[in-house]
Structure formats: structure tokens, C-alpha cells
Write a protein of this length. Structure first.
Length: 270
């Protein structure tokens, strides 16, 4: 049912309608109009639990005094809980005062939901508050106006788009100019590992045939006349002689030098 129809009801008809809503939930409903209601309109029971119900067909808001009086009636009648059902709204002060107490506040939004779905979510906070509803209404009006202008005068939308682009382009260029370029470091390319290998010795065939004089001067060889003991040593082959190492062939081409005989003095220079 719409909220306008609920607010247009007679107070007594509104109380009976709220009673039918509780009856659909399995409550036994007792009307208190014929007796002194002491500020309550309905008494509902479910099993051993009893609750008092106060109906307020308002178009404004219900404040803290009404909630406080309902709580006093609940304590006086020894009820387990209390319900405040109104076609208006409930102030924030009244909600803060009812926190922690067995009082269920059913405002206009929860009442409309109750009539449409049959569920009473009095403990769930209202997801769509008044400021949010106003904000969403204003946003819907703006979007509707944009759609209407786009359908009736599309050239205006294009002109607005071009003007916005012309306004934003210099600003964007200035922002890009103020940002320093980011240089990405180039990782060094891996160089192949070079293993040190010994170069093969180049042996000259001519050098091997002809022994070359060494860098160090050779020791003078004693003649038989000078050293008789050496003569006896030469007569006995391989007697206490150390094998002479072979000369190492140089890696370069030897330069021909004049032959010198060992033990012969060099000719005197003229």
C-alpha cells in the first residue's frame, strides 16, 4: 500500500489495519478502544509473550517524549516489548533513547515495506536516509536533463564536449611538461667468458736441426792437456753424468750468427 493512502486513513481505521498486519504474522490482537487504553492502541500476544502497540498516523516526526511515554506504559502493563507504528518519521533523539530497550520503532518506510512484503524489519536500520534520498533525487534530475538535452539538441552536447576538451588540453599539456621523463636503464649485455688457453709453441724445423747458442755464456770445457781427470771421465761413458736437457726451440726465427768454436779465443778487432 502507498504511504499517501496510509496517511489518508481514519485513525481508528489505521489502528485496525495495523492489527490485521500483526494478525498475519501470527499474533492474537486485542483492541483497546472500548476500554481505557492508557496510551496504547493494541495489545498483541504470541505464546506467552505480550506486546503493546501504539499507532501514530502522523505526517511529521515522532519525538522522544512519545517513545518515553510508550516505554512507561510497557513497564506499567508488564509487557515484554512495545511497538511504535507511525506513518511519519522518528527523530534521531527518539532512536537514541530507544537503543538498548525492547522498543521497536516502525517508521513510514518500514511500514510501507511491511504492507508490501509482509516482513517487518524493525531491527534493520534504514538504508536510505533522507539526505541520501534527496541526493539521489537531485542526481536523477540532472541525468534526466542531460538525456533530454542529448535527445532534443545533440549539437549542444557536442559543443559542450569541444569546449571541455579545449579547456582541459592546455592543462594536460602543462602537467605533462612538468613531469620529468623517466629513463629506463639498459642492462649491460653479457660478455662471453674468455678462457685463457696456452698458445701452442711454434717449433721451427731448422732450429731443431741446428742447436743455437743459449743466452747465458757456456762454461769453458777443459781440454785433455789441462785436465787429465776429465779424459778418464770421458773414457767411461755414462759414468756419473747427468742427462743434459734438450734446448727449447724459440718461437721466433733465429738470426744467423757466425760460428764460434768453443775454447777458441775470438779474433781481435783491428
Amino acid at each position: 500500500m502507498r504511504l499517501s493512502k496510509l496517511q489518508a486513513m481514519d485513525p481508528i481505521a489505521f489502528e485496525k489495519y495495523v492489527g490485521t498486519l500483526f494478525a498475519k504474522r501470527g499474533y492474537r490482537v486485542q483492541d483497546t478502544q472500548a476500554s481505557a487504553d492508557e496510551g496504547i492502541d493494541l495489545i498483541v500476544r504470541q505464546g506467552r509473550r505480550m506486546a503493546v502497540v501504539q499507532c501514530k498516523r502522523y505526517q511529521g516526526s515522532v519525538g522522544q517524549p512519545v517513545v518515553r511515554d510508550l516505554y512507561g506504559v510497557m513497564l506499567h502493563t508488564r509487557a515484554d516489548e512495545a511497538y511504535l507504528v507511525t506513518t511519519g518519521t522518528v527523530t534521531a533523539a527518539a532512536r537514541r533513547w530507544a537503543e538498548g530497550k525492547p522498543i521497536h520503532l516502525v517508521d513510514q518506510h518500514r511500514l510501507v515495506e511491511w504492507t508490501r512484503t509482509g516482513r517487518l524489519n524493525y531491527e534493520k536500520p534504514n538504508a536510505l536516509k533522507l539526505p541520501n534520498r534527496r541526493r539521489q533525487f537531485a542526481l536523477g534530475v540532472v541525468l534526466l536533463a542531460i538525456v533530454a538535452v542529448a535527445l532534443l539538441a545533440p549539437e549542444r552536447i557536442l559543443a559542450v564536449r569541444d569546449s571541455v576538451a579545449q579547456t582541459v588540453a592546455p592543462l594536460w599539456a602543462r602537467i605533462e611538461a612538468s613531469i620529468p621523463p623517466i629513463s629506463t636503464p639498459i642492462p649491460p649485455s653479457p660478455t662471453p667468458a674468455v678462457t685463457a688457453t696456452s698458445a701452442p709453441a711454434v717449433i721451427d724445423a731448422d732450429a731443431t736441426d741446428t742447436p743455437q747458442p743459449s743466452q747465458t755464456p757456456a762454461a769453458p770445457v777443459a781440454t785433455p792437456a789441462e785436465s787429465p781427470a776429465s779424459a778418464t771421465a770421458t773414457e767411461t761413458p755414462n759414468a756419473g753424468r747427468v742427462p743434459k736437457p734438450k734446448p727449447i726451440a724459440p718461437v721466433f726465427t733465429p738470426i744467423s750468427t757466425p760460428d764460434f768454436k768453443i775454447g777458441t779465443p775470438a779474433p781481435a778487432s783491428q
